[in-house]
Design a protein around this ligand. Structure first.
Ligand SMILES: [Zn+2]
Ligand SMILES: [Zn+2]
Length: 225
């Protein structure tokens, strides 16, 4: 049924690649050319960052998986869903993540996702990390749960410098959960300094999680001071 709706909707609103804006078939998410432009360079397999933070921080997760560099093609795709214009890239990331987790036979008990500020939620009407978490939960036979709280004074991370991001992450709290002995996957669309992952994985550990895995759609290299 969704296929039929997509086909009909395509007649009125032709489907476009979120990365280059070219027209694509109604059932495609991005164009073949942009698929080849998506890259993935080295990252730390524990914290998931290009600039590893494991030496200076106590990282509670034991493995991170990242799928794309935040390069031009990926950046255009991310901007397209963050602006509310085209969500294709988010679903493309979800599909790639899902195929990978299934091929590696990764299983978990719970999948959790990065919280977003109320202001961002009001603007976008959806939490992009939650959409990736939904793909992840389905692929790993896990239950997706809302684990985190976010204090109302929290700011949007990408507007802040590294130290401010860390301080801002103290606004993330965790709900009353018993994760004792469980395997939990934390999802976010982009990792930049690792501060959200650091805080989230420490909170999951405090609730007893035995194994914590992180899944990020893309990694951005932090360049500001
Ligand atoms: Zn394209
Ligand atoms: Zn690391």
């Amino acid at each position: 049924m969704n296929h039929v709706i997509s086909f009909i909707s395509d007649l009125f609103f032709p489907n476009r690649c979120p990365c280059c804006s070219c027209f694509i078939k109604f059932d495609e998410l991005i164009c073949d050319d942009c698929k080849t432009k998506l890259t993935l360079t080295d990252y730390c397999p524990v914290c998931g960052n290009s600039n590893c933070i494991c030496k200076k921080d106590k990282v509670a997760c034991e493995r991170s998986f990242v799928f794309f560099d935040y390069n031009n093609a990926a950046r255009n795709g991310v901007i397209a869903y963050k602006s509310g214009e085209n969500r294709n890239f988010l679903h493309y990331m979800g599909t790639v993540i899902s195929n990978f987790l299934k091929s590696e036979n990764i299983r978990a008990d719970y999948v959790v996702y990065a919280p977003m500020t109320r202001k961002a939620y009001i603007f976008r009407r959806f939490n992009h990390a939650k959409i990736l978490a939904r793909y992840t939960a389905k692929a790993t036979d896990a239950k997706m749960i809302s684990a985190f709280t976010l204090h109302k004074s929290a700011l949007t991370q990408h507007l802040l410098n590294a130290q401010m991001r860390r301080d801002n992450c103290k606004n993330i709290g965790i709900k009353q959960l018993d994760l004792y002995g469980k395997t939990v996957i934390f999802c976010d669309d982009i990792t930049t300094t690792g501060s959200t992952m650091l805080r989230a994985s420490q909170l999951l550990k405090e609730k007893g999680a035995e194994h914590i895995i992180c899944v990020f759609g893309a990694k951005s290299t932090y360049t500001k001071g």
